[in-house]
Design a protein around this ligand. Structure first.
Ligand SMILES: Nc1ncnc2c1ncn2[C@@H]1O[C@H](COP(=O)(O)OP(=O)(O)O)[C@@H](O)[C@H]1O
Ligand SMILES: [Mg+2]
Length: 148
């Protein structure tokens, strides 16, 4: 059931963080998590929850910084958060070492994954699509996570 699709409605930042923590508690090493959704749809908020749910210290968890493309957190696995917003080609994505981050002891989260979707093909992928419904409501669609 690797392609099971789940849709969850979040009605607050705290709910998105909680959903993230739940996802984080379920993740296994070797996974790549793609996050797609418009600016403000909650991708970074969800990632904060995922990192927290994997045991990363909250003091480590920061917003997507403006110029840094890769953030690394230490939880029960190594967590790499790549923000592909400013990446324009597959070559640029490869050059930041995407493939080197993947491994049995790590989780790779790719924000703005639609910009580099070709490069993600063939990996053990969980796809998360976020939609901005209204001020505090977000639809979170998850594909590839067996249970949530
Ligand atoms: N239910 C919700 N889940 C996540 N963020 C929300 C929610 N409701 C309102 N927000 C707001 O939306 C914004 C989401 O920002 P962020 O997580 O950085 O999005 P993205 O990374 O997709 O651009 C924040 O300002 C947050 O306060
Ligand atoms: Mg973001």
């Amino acid at each position: 059931m690797a392609n099971k699709k789940t849709e969850i409605i979040s009605e607050s930042v705290e709910q998105t963080l909680e959903i993230g923590r739940k996802i984080g508690s379920l993740l296994e090493g070797g996974k790549v998590i793609s996050l797609v959704g418009q600016l403000g749809s909650g991708k970074t908020t969800l990632i904060k929850g995922i990192a927290a749910g994997m045991g990363a210290k909250s003091s480590q968890i920061v917003n997507s910084p403006t110029f840094v493309i890769v953030n690394e957190y230490q939880g029960r696995l190594n967590i790499f958060h790549i923000d592909a917003y400013r990446i324009n080609t597959i070559e640029e994505f490869a050059a930041i070492g995407f493939e080197d981050f993947i491994g049995p002891e790590s989780i790779v989260l790719v924000e703005w994954a639609d910009k580099v979707s070709q490069a993600l093909e063939g990996y053990d992928l969980i796809q998360i699509r976020m939609q901005h419904k209204d001020q505090n409501t977000r639809i979170i669609e998850i594909t590839g996570l067996e249970r949530i």
